[in-house]
Design a protein around this ligand. Structure first.
Ligand code: ADP
Length: 322
């Protein structure tokens, strides 16, 4: 390999910067030139490629967001646009590409690998931890901690006013973030898209805990799921059952902030390993984590299968507040 490129795409996540740094420094150490593509696939189509030096990634290991910028690019779903992108990479003498992003971005990466002779390696960059084939994703740990920090504060108000709070966390269609946050925050209940909500039961449980003196204030963590109005509707239903809960949507604060130590180490090692796998001849794979070790998974499987929420973990979230 003489030259490779790296891009970040889709929703940003804390840790993308140390991942970019890992790719750039590992490649430069092998004498390989590195291009940083700006703004994901849109920047690639616009030919916005910049030569990266060791100094380009200095002082970014601790910074949230992505210095390469990120974007969503509808056009990239068309093969004609991808053919153009492949030509742009070739014209710049680029033989390999590392794509850091979520499910959608990795789908784009798989298409590029299939439609060209480029070596394409994906890295899971999302706060949702919803990528098949890896137990961890870059940004998940930081997002869990950000949500916990917020919930610990909300709990002060909940208990001062003896009131329940419904706190909505991100996670797209998956309940990973909500389940982890729920367990770590000691939530009274966790609502995730993978399991049906039994609102009457929830209402009874809250009233019961108020009556028994166990708690007149509590936190219910709700995953954003597929249904944007769910959290407010749950609050309405609880009101009809005699509760007076408040709603707090944590929103985009979960995507930002300094990456945690865990995410910095994860991102740095996945970034460097992406280059090692590429040099070892791997292509069309994602580099992720299984049983605590760095592993490769074909991108084909990554995008074909849905990662299931561990039922034991979800049960634990419900069990521990009883
Ligand atoms: P994320 O990567 O965080 O899941 P998106 O789902 O928005 O975010 O995807 C990011 C980008 O990846 C899209 O804007 C598009 O450019 C590309 N992409 C998504 N789906 C596909 C697809 N089916 N084929 C090719 N490219 C895709």
């Amino acid at each position: 390999f003489e030259a490779i490129a790296v891009l970040t795409s889709g929703g940003d996540s804390p840790g993308m910067n140390p991942a970019v740094r890992g790719v750039v420094r590992a490649a430069l150490n092998q004498g390989i030139q590195v291009f940083g593509i700006q703004k994901g696939y849109s920047g690639l189509l616009a030919g916005d490629l910049r030569v990266m030096t060791s100094a380009s990634v200095r002082n970014i290991v601790q910074r949230g967001g992505t210095i390469l910028k990120s974007d969503r690019c509808e056009a990239f779903k068309q093969p004609e646009a991808r053919a153009q992108a492949i030509q742009i990479l070739k014209d710049n003498g680029i033989q390999g590409l590392v794509v850091i992003g979520g499910d959608g971005s990795l789908t784009g990466a798989h298409c590029l690998a299939e439609e060209s002779d480029l070596a394409v390696i994906g890295l899971p960059g999302t706060i949702d931890n919803d990528i098949f084939g890896t137990e961890d994703t870059i940004g998940f740990d930081t997002a869990v901690n950000t949500a916990l920090d917020a919930i610990d504060k909300i709990r002060d108000t909940a208990s001062s006013h003896e009131r329940h709070f419904l706190v909505e966390v991100m996670g797209r269609n998956s309940g990973f973030l909500a389940t982890h946050v729920g367990i770590a925050a000691g939530a009274e209940m966790v609502v995730v898209p993978e399991y049906e909500v039994h609102i009457e039961q929830l209402g009874q449980q809250l009233s019961e805990s108020r009556r028994s003196g166990k708690g007149s204030s509590g936190i219910i963590v709700v995953a954003e799921g597929r249904d944007p109005g769910l959290t407010y509707r749950l609050a309405e239903q609880l009101k009809q059952q005699g509760e007076d809960p408040r709603v707090c949507i944590l929103g985009h604060i979960q995507r930002g902030g300094q990456p945690s130590g865990h995410d910095r180490v994860l991102a740095s090692s996945l970034g460097a390993m992406a280059v090692s796998y590429m040099l070892a001849g791997y292509n069309d794979i994602m580099v992720g984590v299984a049983d605590g070790a760095v592993v490769d998974i074909p991108l084909d499987s990554v995008i074909r299968y849905r990662k299931g929420l561990d039922p034991k973990l979800f049960e634990l979230a419900l069990l521990l507040h009883k």
